[in-house]
Design a protein around this ligand. Structure first.
Ligand code: ATR
Length: 275
């Protein structure tokens, strides 16, 4: 029987996930359908239960429901626990729901595998401290950067993330700090924009001179042309510029792998979406 999956969000009509997963299924000969479900802002849990009860196997969760999905799932992966956000649900035979977060793995794969830039030993600046930033923290740290600095307009939110990772000694080799000090004078090999500023064509403030020679500027948003952040990075001499399209396809591939135990080849899909 054909297995059913869906992405759920609000809004959802813009989502590329159905296209991506249909392409993955075709490429790997998996018998599945993947649709998009618009949930009312107050109706997320009901829509998930409806899909589960009707025999659905799993769901991707997007804005603004990732935290609700985290609360709904009763088995969570470590990276989802850290992120306090879930983008992948898997419905278990006993009626339980497994929640995972594949965003961070998607980002790390895009940088390391697709852009061929290793994170180990690098100085990383992560801009933003909302759901998108939290979602990528654990996989970034697991890649052993020399240093990871978080900056955010609202300092308190960055400090909360730092406090979470200071508990225990999982990442003692990595220095994490929310930027209470002035960033100017510091240089980074990789600067990642995880704020939602690009959505409103805004540029999160950054001092000049933070891009190290050969550095990568990565905007987790994507769209036509360069985002204001990538324009700024280009003007500041960042050597490589990337938007979040590769991350989108890689996080989808990781969800697909969790559900189907088959890893699709992401390259043809990235090329397809770029056209
Ligand atoms: P998401 O799930 O996309 O991360 P979010 O949780 O609302 O959405 O977080 C949005 C992030 O973008 C926050 O870090 C926010 O900064 P604040 O915590 O200070 O609100 C950041 N952000 C949004 N618009 C911004 C702007 N114009 N300049 C700088 N930061 C901005």
């Amino acid at each position: 029987m054909t297995d059913r999956y869906a992405v759920i969000g609000n809004p959802i009509s813009h989502s590329k996930s159905p296209t991506i997963h249909a392409a993955f299924a075709k490429q790997t000969s998996q018998d599945l359908t993947y649709t998009a479900i618009l949930a009312p802002l107050e109706g997320f849990e009901d829509e998930v239960r409806k899909f589960q009860d009707s025999g659905g196997k799993g769901m991707n969760v997007t804005v603004p429901f990732k935290q609700k999905a985290w609360h709904l799932a009763n088995h969570l992966s470590n990276r989802a626990i850290d992120a306090e956000a879930v983008n992948t649900l898997e419905f278990l035979v006993d009626g339980g729901i497994r929640g995972d977060n594949t965003d961070g793995v998607g980002l790390v794969r895009d940088i390391q595998d697709n852009l061929a830039i290793m994170l180990q030993g690098k100085r990383i600046l992560l801009m933003g401290a909302g759901g998108a930033a939290r979602g990528v923290m654990t996989p970034l740290l697991e890649a052993h950067p020399e240093r990871l600095v978080i900056v955010n307009r609202t300092l308190d939110k960055a400090e909360q993330i730092v406090r979470h990772y200071e508990q225990g000694d999982r990442f003692s080799q990595v220095s994490i700090s929310s930027s209470t000090y002035d960033l100017s004078g510091n240089q980074f090999d990789i600067v990642i924009n995880a704020t939602s500023a690009s959505l409103s064509d805004a540029l999160p403030p950054l001092p000049a001179g933070i891009f190290a020679p050969g550095s990568l500027a990565y905007d987790m948003m994507y769209g036509k042309g360069l985002t204001p952040f990538l324009q700024f990075a280009q003007a500041q001499g960042a050597a490589r510029l990337a938007d979040g399209l590769g991350m989108l396809v890689e996080q989808a591939a990781e969800s697909f792998f969790l559900w189907r135990n088959v890893r699709p080849d992401t390259q043809p899909i990235i090329q397809l979406l770029k056209q």
